[in-house]
Design a protein around this ligand. Structure first.
Ligand code: ADP
Ligand code: MG
Length: 212
């Protein structure tokens, strides 16, 4: 995988575009079982990252993730700000002194998602973004172990992310604001799971083009 931190700008912009395109849908999902600010939190985070994007290209992967994590932590409110900030900071730690490869990405993303689980005191099955991110991290590890070809890996990740997002529909929320609704939150996809899936789709489509 020949990806450099110069490409972070393209990933950030693709993620922003996907989130903005689905603004109404995400707001509706979040208003149904959350407090409706999830989209604004993500947009604030992504626009902060976009502002940094040119400077990220001058850094190695660890320093770039570190900078992204610190900025997201300090500018984005809500659960998603601290969770995504935690993801980037843990990825920075895991990839320190290493280059980017499918193996190193799988390791760093896996550690990042583990750190999110600790931070949110949460795991799969609780109707959150983790229902997308945990299975994706696992699939990435399996793909790296089997040295799968990139297009195949990306297709698998997307399929897993979509299934993870859909799986939140019938779950009973036990974490975050949705948990106050109990049974009434059933039947609705979690907004954070949907935005995680949208960003994964956006980033993998950029990677796919880069790999061609
Ligand atoms: P807040 O819930 O503080 O308003 P956001 O609206 O930005 O924060 O994000 C809400 C999303 O965060 C939820 O849809 C859910 O996916 C995720 N979330 C909330 N609490 C947790 C938690 N403890 N662990 C993991 N994810 C969580
Ligand atoms: Mg919210």
């Amino acid at each position: 995988m020949t990806v450099s931190t110069n490409q972070l700008k393209a990933f950030i912009q693709a993620a922003s575009a996907a989130i903005n395109e689905h603004e109404e849908e995400v707001t509706e999902l979040d208003q149904a079982i959350g407090d409706g600010d999830h989209i604004t939190n993500l947009q604030r985070g992504l626009s902060t990252l976009d502002g940094l994007a040119d400077s990220l290209g001058e850094l190695d992967w660890s320093a770039a993730f570190q900078k992204m994590g610190m900025s997201v932590m300090s500018t984005v409110g809500g659960a998603s700000g601290s969770l995504y900030g935690t993801l980037f900071l843990a990825m920075a730690k895991a990839i320190k002194g290493k280059g980017m490869s499918l193996q190193n990405l799988a390791e760093a993303f896996g550690q990042g998602v583990e750190a999110m689980k600790h931070r949110g005191k949460s795991d799969v099955g609780e109707k959150t973004m983790l229902d997308v991110l945990v299975p994706v991290a696992h699939a990435l590890k399996v793909a790296a172990e089997h040295a799968q070809a990139l297009p195949e890996v990306l297709a698998t990740l997307n399929r897993i992310a979509e299934a993870g997002c859909e799986s939140t529909r019938d779950m009973l929320p036990t974490k975050g604001r949705a948990s106050f609704l109990g049974e009434r939150a059933k039947g609705c996809i979690d907004a954070g799971a949907r935005t995680a899936q949208l960003m994964i789709a956006a980033i993998t489509s950029v990677l796919d083009l880069a790999a061609l």
